[in-house]
Write a protein that binds this ligand. Structure first.
Ligand code: CMX
Length: 134
């Protein structure tokens, strides 16, 4: 079962320009910034209560976020749900017919374990399952 929304991922062209909106105008606090090579992004996490907004800038055009920006420009990229047992979630979703982009978890931000479900099998919403490292 999903415990809660972990974060909402937002694709941006320029992290520092995006921070002018999220940090200065929305007054959200930056809690983490990291280059996640395995996902082809530089990401910034901002606190919103117990959840986060994750700003995502691509490391290059031939990355998931780079292609997304080229196709439609900046905007909502994915929703991430948190779980304490990602293998169990993936097995359950696979049995339910979900199109898993990752059959086994990959390394995500802050050393979390993550896996994605294709938007075509989740109502048009790219969906991430996250198991935090702690
Ligand atoms: N949300 C909703 N729909 C999306 C989407 C998104 N983020 N990205 C692509 N799509 C849609 C496209 O618009 C396209 O739809 P149409 O066929 O109707 O035009 C379709 O999905 C394309 O699917 P595809 O050809 O299988 O794949 P793409 O090469 O466009 O890649 C995806 C899309 C989701 C498979 C790829 O981005 C992926 O593997 N994502 C998972 C990893 C990821 O996104 N990492 C970055 C975030 C990392 C992090 O959070 O740390």
């Amino acid at each position: 079962m999903f415990a809660r929304i972990d974060h909402i991922g937002v694709a941006v062209e320029d992290l520092d320009a995006a921070l002018a909106l999220y940090e200065r105008d929305y007054e959200m606090q930056v809690v983490h910034r990291e280059v996640v090579d395995e996902q082809g992004v530089e990401a910034v996490l901002l606190d919103v209560g117990e959840n986060h907004v994750e700003l995502l800038a691509p490391l290059g055009p031939d990355t998931p976020v780079g292609k997304f920006l080229a196709k439609g420009g900046p905007g909502l990229h994915h929703v991430a749900y948190q779980t304490a047992d990602i293998e169990a979630e993936l097995a359950r979703l696979k049995a339910a017919g979900a199109r898993l982009l990752d059959e086994t978890p990959r390394t995500g931000i802050r050393n979390s374990r993550v896996a994605f479900v294709h938007p075509k099998s989740s109502g048009g919403v790219l969906t991430e399952i996250v198991q935090p490292s702690h």
